[in-house]
Design a protein around this ligand. Structure first.
Ligand code: NAD
Length: 366
């Protein structure tokens, strides 16, 4: 076994439940690292409200430098009532936006899985949603959020959706390469019946497939139909490739499928260093109580390991999460009303045990 591999992680716990859930992610990372013969060194840095309190800025230079020097960034969440009245560059969220920009990450990956055994937690009928396994690939640095001209006009306001061919090409490559490791099927989502920018999207994406990935399947859906299909029959999707605005809306729609925000990880990649964070926010209503679900943070750590090439250990984490949840270790957001609940740290420890040893003997029951 190769004992020389080591990965330096910038750990940005942030605010609210961020520290609690990412601590469990680090626990699980440590456990799989020992089991798979590599080491992980995590160095803690401030971001968001915690950084504002300490330095007066939500993304201090020292944090920026540490992130850019690291192999990957693991983030909790930012924000909370204490800083709600802050405006502009004094908002905790400004720190997160600046971080994403500093890293240059243009591809946002959001896996949404609903295993059969946990389909009962979904707001949709379990027989419709069980077995869902979708990867959303959302373009993150272009589109209508960044297009110009933008702003007020004499009699209204305007925003502009802009994509260059190069921007579409690079995000298409990300989606096809992910599909190669999954079921080989990409659904590209646009609004080509109305928008010129989507017409270009619909020309470029098939060209990239023909030139580089002829073995993969590609189909196109209009975004309105895609939204309906995500709810009607989510199992039909493998990889969903889309732009910034449509991806924002569709991936949040799909985030409802597993039944808790506490289950959804994300990765933002393509730049100098990757950023890995749960989809949820800082959940001030439950912060500091050891009740938050750490699964989203733990699965974000798995995406981090995928990105640094430790794919076997990443799979072990996903296995550990399934094993712990299926064994009945559930935080309050997931438990049925008559089920016993476990704490953040108990679930984290249980996942770590299963992840480090795929078949633990005498596994405890909650
Ligand atoms: P939220 O995601 O923090 O919480 C929404 C609801 O989901 C709450 O009831 C919360 O208790 C629950 N929840 C979230 N994560 C959970 C978990 N891991 N386990 C169990 N329950 C969980 O969204 P919000 O309440 O709209 O925002 C709270 C703060 O977080 C705000 O300051 C907001 O700006 C910030 N925020 C930050 C990010 C980020 O850092 N990426 C994202 C969204 C919101």
């Amino acid at each position: 076994m190769d004992n020389t591999r080591s990965h330096d992680i910038a750990w940005l716990p942030g605010d609210g439940i961020g520290p609690e859930v990412t601590r469990e992610a680090l626990r699980v990372l440590d456990a799989v690292a020992s089991a798979h013969g590599f080491s992980v060194t995590a160095t803690e840095h401030r971001i968001g409200g915690a950084a504002l309190d300490e330095t007066g800025r939500p993304f201090p230079t020292s944090t920026r430098e540490a992130c850019l020097e690291s192999d990957a960034v693991l983030l909790g969440a930012v924000g909370g009532p204490k800083w709600n009245d802050n405006t502009g560059e004094q908002r905790p969220e400004h720190g997160l936006l600046t971080l994403r920009k500093a890293l240059g990450v243009y591809a946002n990956l959001r896996p949404v899985r609903v295993p059969e055994a946990r389909a009962g937690a979904s707001p949709l009928r379990p027989d419709r949603v069980g077995g869902t396994d979708i990867l959303f690939v959302r373009e993150l640095t272009g589109g209508i959020y960044f297009g110009t001209p933008e702003g007020r006009t004499d009699d209204g306001a305007r925003s502009t959706m802009v994509y260059s061919e190069a921007e579409i090409e690079r995000i298409a490559h990300v989606a096809f390469q992910r599909a190669q490791r999954r079921d080989g099927h990409v659904t590209s989502v646009d609004k080509a019946n109305v928008l010129e920018v989507s017409e270009l999207w619909r020309e470029v994406v098939p060209r990239i497939r023909e030139e580089h990935y002829p073995d993969l399947e590609l189909r196109h859906l209009y975004v309105d139909n895609a939204a309906m299909q995500v709810v009607r029959d989510p199992r039909q999707f493998d990889v969903v490739l889309t732009g910034n605005l449509f991806g924002d809306i569709l991936s949040d729609l799909a985030a409802a499928l597993p039944g808790s925000l506490g289950l959804l990880p994300s990765a933002s990649v393509g730049g100098a260093v990757g950023l890995f964070e749960p989809v949820h926010g800082s959940a001030p209503d439950i912060a500091g109580q050891d009740v938050a679900n750490p699964t989203a943070a733990i699965l974000s750590a798995a995406l981090l390991l995928d990105a640094v090439g430790e794919t076997a250990a990443a799979d072990a984490i996903r296995h550990g999460v399934d094993a712990a949840l299926d064994a009945g270790f559930r935080t309050a957001d997931l438990a049925a009303s008559d089920e016993e609940t476990v704490s953040t740290s108990t679930l984290g420890r249980e996942v770590a045990t299963h992840a480090a040893d795929p078949a633990p003997k005498n596994a405890p029951t909650p």
